[in-house]
Ligand binder design. Structure first.
Ligand SMILES: [Zn+2]
Length: 364
């Protein structure tokens, strides 16, 4: 259902990604920020297609926040916001309140190979650039997986097999075990950097297709924290405090409307992996999936990203974040969430997620 001037671009609209930062421009900007501001830039090795994996940091505080943007190449809006946050904080602009308290790390564009087609106005890809003839056995998806792989399914490389068998049960195939090489060099670079800086909090920025809530209002941000039952309470509580801050940062501002993302529990994905590792870990899913919207609504979507970045950094620096009631975020379960064009409840949720969803919806 596409209405003129409605929320979706008309079918006749040409696919266009020109409002977003190309890979080439992104590397140029990061070099400029390094030369002219307090931003420190580093390339964490290379992607399968030989692009640098771009990492930057700003600030010198003891609380370490690690943002990763665009693990999925076709989920680009928060990358634009990250570049603005780096520019503004790198220039100082009177923000010593934040820069003295926090060290803010960015994997600025986690998956530049996935984004690359958009630089030619073609649809970017979710997966990375692993060549078709390179294969790995995968304990979550079976033997002999070849070609482009999903960077957000490879965060389990930070654990040993014993731990994964314990936290993921049958979802982790012990017979296959952990392969010798990570199918995502991008994700391995993140794992190594997060461990090096011993990050307190991970924020994983994605986009999703368009959803609505119980009131049929459009949902433009969905949030989640570690749902794996082995994530320690303090990590989960910090994550829920952050989700609460994001909710307040987005709700009712620039037509923002938030909900929970009813995701799964396994520790191969970012949100659960770093939670199981004892770090705060939050997933942000914004409206703005490239194949659905390409350039459309990007100004508002990036505004929502900026509102969330600002809210988190201000609350984390002032200490307000850790004063929050973690259970506040549970209220988001009541909002509901489903595809924009379908009735609640979702028919395609898997059973485990459906049960979790039911339990939480019914507990309020
Ligand atoms: Zn994603």
């Amino acid at each position: 259902m596409v209405t003129p001037n409605g929320p979706f671009p008309p079918e006749t609209a040409e696919e266009n990604y020109e409002a977003f930062t190309s890979n080439e421009t992104l590397y140029d900007r990061l070099h400029q920020l390094e030369n002219r501001t307090n931003v420190e830039y580093e390339e964490l090795g290379e992607t399968w297609q030989g692009r640098p994996i771009p990492y930057a940091k700003v600030g010198s505080g003891d609380f370490h926040i690690f943002h990763t943007n665009q693990q999925h190449g076709d989920e680009q809006p928060a990358t634009e916001a990250a570049l603005r946050v780096l520019r503004d904080l790198g220039n100082g602009q009177g923000r010593s309140d934040i820069l003295d308290e926090l060290t803010i790390h960015f994997l600025v564009r986690h998956n530049p190979d996935g984004w690359a087609p958009a630089d030619d106005n073609e649809t970017p890809t979710r997966s990375n650039g692993r060549p078709d003839d390179i294969c790995h056995d995968g304990p979550y998806f079976g033997r002999n997986q070849c070609g482009p792989s999903d960077p957000n399914r490879q965060h389990y490389f930070q654990f040993n097999e014993e731990t994964l068998a314990e936290v993921d049960g049958d979802a982790f195939d012990e017979e296959i075990g952990i392969p010798d090489e990570n199918p995502s060099p991008e994700t391995q670079a993140m794992i190594d950097k997060v461990e090096e800086v011993d990050a307190d909090l991970i924020v994983d920025w994605h986009t999703q297709f368009t959803y609505h809530d119980q009131n049929c209002d459009m949902v433009n941000v969905s949030l989640a924290w570690p749902f794996n039952p082995h994530a320690p309470d303090d990590a989960v509580n910090l994550s829920k405090q952050v989700a609460g801050a994001f909710w307040d940062g987005v709700q009712g501002r620039a037509n923002g409307n938030a909900s929970i993302f009813p995701g799964g529990t396994t520790a191969n994905i970012c949100r659960n992996a770093y939670g199981v590792a004892g770090r705060g870990s939050v997933l942000v899913e914004q409206r703005g999936q490239a194949p659905e919207l390409n350039n459309a609504s990007n100004g508002r979507i990036i505004r929502h990203s900026l509102n969330m970045y600002e809210r988190l950094h201000e609350e984390a620096a002032s200490g307000d974040l850790t004063e929050r009631d973690p259970d506040y975020a549970d209220g988001l379960w009541d909002v509901g969430r489903d595809w924009f064009w379908r009735d609640l409840p979702s028919a395609d949720l898997d059973e485990e997620v459906e049960e979790y969803w039911e339990e939480h919806l019914n507990s309020h």
